[in-house]
Structures are given as C-alpha cells and as structure tokens.
Ligand binder design. Structure first.
Ligand code: ATP
Ligand code: MG
Length: 374
C-alpha cells in the first residue's frame, strides 16, 4: 500500500487525436506545481502524496477531481484492508462505490461493493446507507493495481494551461477582470496581465493590490507576467482633446491598442476583458462595439453573459474577491463625465484619437513584474 493522489480529468478524454498532447501538458503542469512523482496511468494521473500536494492540485486547471487515498495490489484482501484504513475516525454510515476498468478482474463492481461493504460492517459495526452515507469509499480497479480512497476533492475543471495558446488579459483593480483572467486559464490559455495606471496619482497601495491579484492568479497558472503600463501622458492628451462625455470610450480604445502592442511582444492571440453586458455605461452593446473595434486581435470577454452575483461568487471561490474589494483609486474616474456616453459612434470617436506614439512609448516604459508561485 502506498499513499497517493489519483487525478481525474474529464474533458481531455474527449479530445480524440489531441488527447496525448493535452495529457502531456497536464502531466508537466502537475509536475511543475507539485515537484512530486507523477505518472500517467489508465486515463488518470497518479501523484505521489506529499505535504502541500493536494493544495496545489486543487488549483490546477484541467483536473476534475482528486482522490486522496491508497494504491494497492489487485488482491481482495489488500483492497479490503485499504478500505478500512482510509475510513475517517468518526462516522455513522457508509457505502462502497467501485468502478472497474479492468474487465478481467474476477468480481464485478457490485460484487466488490458487497464484499468490501460486508468486511467494513464486520470490522467497524457501522451500517451501510446507500442513499445518504456519511462516508463513501471509492474503489477503482485498474489493470495492475487498485486505488482506494474516501477523500474526494473537486478540482478547477477545464483544460490544462498552455493547450490553447497565450492571451493578454486587461486587469483593473475591480472584481470582474481577475475572474475573466481565471476563466481563460481554465480554458487552456496562458495569461499575460496588463494594468494601466496613472503614475502621478497612484499610491504604492494600488501597485501592491494589482500585484496581489497577480499573485493569486499565479496560483492557478504557476507564474504570470504583469505589464504595469504608465497611462498618465495619454490621459493628459485625452483630457485636452476629448469632451468629458466621450473620454471613457476614447481611453478604453487606447487601452485596447496598447494591449495589442503587448500581445505582439508576447505572442498572444487574443485580448481579454472583464466586460459584462450592460453592467455599467461602458458596457452597452454600442460602446463595446466601438471599443473592441480598435483591437486588431479578437477580444474575448468571458463574463459577458454573467450576472454580477455569479461573478462575485466565482471571485470568492478563486480567492480574488477579498483583494478586489480593498480600497482603490480607479485610474480614470477623475477624467470622465458623471453621465458618460452610452451610445458612442465610431465616426465621432476617431476624431479625437491621435496617440499612436504615446501608446508605443507607454508600452515601452511598462514595468514588467514577473510573479512565480511554482
Ligand atoms: P472590473 O471589475 O474588472 O474593474 P468593471 O465592471 O469595473 O470591471 P470597467 O471599469 O468598465 O468595468 O472596465 C471594463 C474592463 O476594462 C475591465 O474588466 C478590464 O478588463 C478593463 N480595464 C478597465 N480599467 C483598466 C485598467 N486600469 N487597466 C487594465 N484594464 C482595465
Ligand atoms: Mg472597474
């Protein structure tokens, strides 16, 4: 018997010819995150149990769930003994749930459930409850070995980071954009972050806050690159050239163009934002059209159809919420109108734009922060 973590992934299994590529990516991501021995076994991964391994694995995109327990031989005696061993110290009822990929095993799943169940009843005096047991003992019968565990932990789901290519994700200090970045990681993207800030008015606290968000997001991806782009020169130009009502659209188009410049440097294939349709004035369909049309690359807004409440719940789940609600001065609120334009027209907007050089210079002057968790 050996203590191990069994890693299950679902969606990868459906990817046909790409399966090999996806599995190898997941394997190398797990190795990098855990520094533990990892093996591909029968459509699962088997990870050597070490301190901290479970905490790391529960944040790796591409993992559906983990089983923390024992690896045993295919001897029924050893399987029964393991089942006893993985039981928690206190419980009143249990059930055994076996899956059998090894069709040559002499007993079928129902027979295994019965035999192990009987053994546990005799040894512990506890009762079987098939409907709502306190504990489930999972048994997986594979070709050369079996896994037995009672601790099953949900993973992030999705696909391994790196299988879908790179994106640049625009991150503000708000609740939404960190969630958007996370959602792209979960779809297999490697995320590069870009934050635009006003150097002359931002306190070190803002810088710290963005860094903390980057660090939290890096727990899912391993490491993350953050571009801190100084935005004040462009803001000054916008204030000079553009009526307050339209400034918000103009500055967001400018951010979009700079995101494209960063994407070029980093080899990113799309730009990601935290926009959610109609949530605020900048996010009407009209304004979204005008803002996104300044991007050469496709713009992906993964939160577009989500309610605020759903976004907040996800932010809490991934651990960015507590950081996002820390006090923060928005880089641009001082320069926009109280009632910004909600139906911007592109013909009008382009008259106010002439910042190409300033934008190039701002990206050149970016401070690049590299955060590494594993
Ligand atoms: P968030 O909660 O992410 O701040 P929001 O609902 O406040 O979003 P806006 O302020 O309109 O919406 O911003 C929309 C999106 O534009 C953000 O989700 C983010 O992707 C991007 N964005 C806004 N401000 C910045 C900034 N200073 N730096 C980088 N990206 C930004
Ligand atoms: Mg915001």
């Amino acid at each position: 018997m050996e203590k191990v973590v069994v890693v299950h992934y679902s969606e990868i299994a459906t990817k046909g010819k790409n399966r090999e590529f996806f599995e190898k990516k997941l394997l190398s991501n797990i190795r990098r995150a855990t520094k533990a021995r990892v093996r591909r076994r029968y459509g699962r991964m088997e990870v050597e149990y070490k301190d901290g391994v479970v905490e790391r694995l529960r944040k790796i995109p591409g993992i559906r769930y983990l089983g923390v327990g024992l690896k045993t031989s295919l001897e029924m005696d050893e399987i029964k003994e393991s089942a006893l061993e993985v039981l928690p110290s206190s419980f009143t009822s249990f059930k055994v749930d076996t899956s059998r990929s090894n069709k040559n095993f002499p007993l079928n799943s129902v027979e295994i459930n019965r035999e192990v169940g009987r053994h546990l009843m005799v040894k512990t005096g506890k009762k079987v409850d098939l409907k709502s047991p306190d504990v489930i003992i999972w048994i997986e019968i594979c070709d050369k070995e079996a896994y037995v565990y009672s601790e099953r932990i949900e993973g992030v789901g999705g696909l391994p980071v790196g299988v879908a290519g790179k994106v640049v994700s625009l991150i503000s200090g708000g609740i939404d954009s960190p969630v958007a970045a996370f959602m792209m990681m979960k779809r297999g993207c490697e995320v590069v972050l870009a934050h635009f800030f006003n150097q002359t008015m931002h306190s070190p606290k803002v810088r710290e806050k963005i860094r903390m968000l980057a660090e939290k997001l890096a727990e899912y991806q391993g490491e993350i690159k953050l571009y801190m782009v100084p935005f004040q020169d462009i803001q000054m130009e916008i204030i000079k050239s553009t009526p307050p009502k339209l400034r918000m659209i103009v500055y967001r188009r400018s951010m979009m163009r700079m995101a494209n410049l960063i994407a070029e440097k980093e080899g990113c294939k799309a730009v990601v934002t935290g926009d959610s349709l109609s949530q605020v004035a900048s996010q009407t369909l009209e304004n979204i059209n005008v803002v996104y049309s300044s991007s050469r690359l496709t713009v992906l807004p993964p939160l577009i159809g989500m309610d605020k409440e759903e976004i907040v719940n996800l932010a809490k789940k991934i651990g960015t919420y507590e950081i996002s609600i820390m006090p923060y001065e928005d880089c641009c609120s001082f320069m926009i109108a109280r009632h910004p334009e909600t139906r911007a027209k592109i013909e009008e907007i382009v008259n106010y734009e002439n910042f190409d050089e300033l934008e190039e210079r701002a990206v050149e002057k970016s401070e690049i922060v590299e955060v590494k968790v594993f």
